[in-house]
Design a protein around this ligand. Structure first.
Ligand code: COA
Ligand code: ZN
Length: 313
């Protein structure tokens, strides 16, 4: 992270959000959204996933969306892939960061990617080896995005020892970093502190960001808990769009607008201009009309006299 921000907000709406919407957002709207998000100061955007068209038709234009995002100076263009073929397509498209979705829960893993967690780790190793054979300028950073870390809609509780084992296995497979995702909105703040501490004890600074869903309203509480144990990268989605189509009942991500408001109010610099961010909802309302959008700050507005963190002496 560069020295002018304290927390990196990674926008995942164009991937996590759109993978779950009924309508296809036109490519032009996706382009506008990504450009506007970058102009508002978001420095990392997960712009799409590389998945079979039949399974998630919303991602049909993935390569085109990456090509557009790559024209935006300074933007870390990220994408998600579930398997080797997806990773290969993402690297061909030229992503700078590739997140591999790897479930800790066996049932979710089988439902989501038709592989056991150990098979997914073996797949990650193959993907990292493929990456390492590319010319240096074309090698993306690879993150193991561990999902269902805090609970699974199919299995219920997920073993923390298993989370730690999978984090270590991800690093051994060659992943540059490991993120922990509450795919299902099961996490609570105490659990977040405990699991991030355990994972950090096991893999040190390879432990990267947190990905929370707000399914039970605890998303921002979980962010504060993660901040307390040193996490400084958070995924979120504009308007709180999102949810895994293969985790029944899982709903949207934490809302980028609310997250930025909270962090900036706490004196933590995100580099994001909240006013510009709030304007982007219009692009979503046009691109996927009628799709429910969430968030409190967009409804209530910012507080009177709100001063972003950078403006505080
Ligand atoms: N992109 C495009 N096409 C792909 C692909 C990818 N990432 N992965 C597989 N395919 C194609 C194969 O080439 C094959 O095509 P063919 O029938 O023309 O030969 C077909 O899809 C089936 O391939 P197979 O390897 O058998 O895949 P599968 O049907 O077992 O599906 C996954 C496995 C991982 C691709 C699928 O379960 C998936 O995409 N899951 C992702 C779910 C997701 O994104 N969840 C949200 C994130 S939490
Ligand atoms: Zn998610």
């Amino acid at each position: 992270m560069t020295g002018d921000i304290d927390v990196l907000v990674s926008e995942v709406g164009p991937r996590d959000g759109l993978q779950n919407t009924k309508q296809f957002m036109p490519t032009e709207s996706k382009r506008k959204w990504i450009s506007a998000a970058a102009a508002a100061g978001l420095r990392e955007i997960e712009v799409c996933s590389f998945v079979p068209l039949k399974l998630i038709p919303q991602m049909a234009d993935a390569a085109e969306v990456v090509a557009h995002a790559r024209t935006i100076p300074g933007l870390c263009v990220a994408a998600l892939a579930p398997n080797f073929k997806g990773a290969q397509r993402a690297m061909e498209a030229g992503v700078y960061k590739l997140t591999l979705t790897i479930s800790v829960s066996k049932s979710h893993s089988l439902a989501n990617v038709r592989m056991t967690p150990d098979e997914a780790i073996a797949g990650a190793k193959k993907i990292c080896e493929f990456r390492d054979r590319l010319p240096p300028a074309r090698r993306p950073k690879i993150e193991s995005g561990l999902s269902t870390v805090f609970g699974c809609t199919i299995e219920g509780a997920v073993s923390e020892d298993e989370v730690v084992r999978m984090a270590i296995a991800s690093v051994e497979a060659g992943c540059d970093e490991v993120g922990l995702a509450d795919t299902t909105g099961y996490a609570n703040p105490e659990q977040v502190r405990r699991v991030f501490r355990k994972a950090r004890a096991a893999i040190g600074d390879k432990l990267a960001g947190a990905h929370f869903h707000n399914t039970r309203g605890l998303g921002l509480a979980n962010v504060v808990a993660a901040l307390e144990v040193g996490v400084t990268t958070f995924d979120s989605s504009l308007g709180g769009l999102g949810g895994c189509p293969f985790a029944p009942g899982a709903s949207g991500n934490i809302v980028t607008e609310d997250l930025v408001f909270m962090l900036e109010s706490m004196g933590l610099r995100t580099g994001v201009d909240l006013g510009k961010l709030l304007e982007i909802r219009r692009i979503l309302e046009e691109g996927i009309p009628g799709e429910p959008l969430y968030g409190y700050v967009p409804l209530a507005g910012v507080t009177k006299g709100f001063v972003p963190a950078a403006g505080k002496a």
